[in-house]
Design a protein around this ligand. Structure first.
Ligand code: ASN
Length: 319
């Protein structure tokens, strides 16, 4: 009986918290800004002839990710399906025919509880996921820069009242954004280099050429720089850290298998993707931008939860 009461108490407290959260003016304004970001980003992508596709929620194939998270699955029809951690493989498959695609993609990543106070992690979030066929990393970096400059410009021009509410001044960022390689950044600033790079920059800044061991098997290795990937991460300035991650993709079957083995992963785990690669896929390149992190940056928020209507903080069961 006591256990039930304790649970009731937990639920009551969580509901109270959710209502308090929703009635917070800062949250209300941040959600409005997020809604503008969503529509401006999509306006931009449509103007570049990207086709928006629907998100995938469950599938026998999802992103392995390079860091451990608990993987929730559902069992149905005599098989297992995972909740989407990212649509990376679906992007690679869909883009073969549709050429340029984008998705407002909800992701579930049940992060460790030690990320609860990072200010940057939610276990349910949405990323604007983008992929294009036969494009290079440099072409996609150019697209990402245009997308960010366009979106921020429209918010400044069409909703200055929102930026005033947050007392937020955003400059007009200029292309090309600065770049630093992963290795240079690590040598210069040590282990916590992403934070330092972000704090020291007054523009969004790229971290490129990421070592193979730091990333999943699907990102493409340089043919002339073994162990280094044709990847690009974008970091927000002013200490807001990661904005986006992406890269060119491995598409040759032999390379895909080699990379899976290097990661000590099994072919069984990726049989759906391997089957497809056997039939032949073309190279693509893409990236994903977290919507809540974009909102956090534009509004200058300390905590990511203020950029979410029903924030899911690692370690807590919430509405
Ligand atoms: N969306 C990312 C990409 O395109 C993948 C991810 O979120 N893990 O590379």
């Amino acid at each position: 009986m006591e256990a039930i009461n304790e649970k009731d108490d937990y639920v009551r407290k969580e509901i109270d918290k959710a209502i308090e959260h929703l009635s917070d003016k800062r949250v209300q304004h941040a959600i409005k800004v997020q809604s503008y970001i969503r529509s401006y980003v999509m306006d931009f992508l449509r103007s570049r002839e990207y086709t928006e596709i629907s998100p995938i929620i469950v599938s026998p194939l999802t992103d392995p990710l390079n860091h451990p998270v608990y993987d929730p699955k559902i069992s149905a029809y005599g098989g297992d399906m995972w909740l989407t951690k990212s649509m990376i493989f679906h992007k690679q498959i869909a883009v073969q025919e549709l050429k340029k695609i984008c998705i407002m993609s909800p992701n579930i990543r049940l992060e460790n509880e030690d990320r609860a106070t990072s200010g940057r992690h939610l276990y349910e979030f949405t990323q604007i996921d983008i992929e294009a066929l036969e494009k290079t990393r440099e072409e996609m970096m150019d697209l990402a820069e245009d997308l960010i400059i366009y979106t921020i410009k429209r918010i400044k021009e069409e909703h200055p009242e929102e930026l005033e509410f947050f007392k937020r001044k955003l400059p007009d960022y200029k292309k090309p954004f600065p770049k630093i390689t992963y290795t240079e950044a690590e040598e210069k600033y040590g282990k916590d280099f992403e934070k330092k790079v972000s704090q020291l920059s007054d523009s969004p800044i790229w971290i490129v050429d990421i070592p193979l061991k730091e990333r999943e098997f699907y990102d493409r290795e340089y043919s002339d720089k073994p162990g280094i990937l044709r990847d690009m991460d974008l970091v927000w300035p002013e200490g807001f850290q990661e904005a986006s991650s992406g890269g060119e993709r491995e598409f040759e079957l032999s390379k895909i298998l080699e990379r899976i083995h290097k990661k000590d992963q099994t072919e069984e785990q990726f049989k759906w993707f391997i089957e497809l690669a056997k039939q032949g896929i073309k190279m693509s390149c893409g990236f994903g931008i977290g919507i809540e992190r974009f909102t956090r940056f534009v509004c200058g928020l300390e905590k990511i939860e203020d950029a979410s209507t029903f924030p899911k903080i690692p370690g807590r069961i919430s509405l």
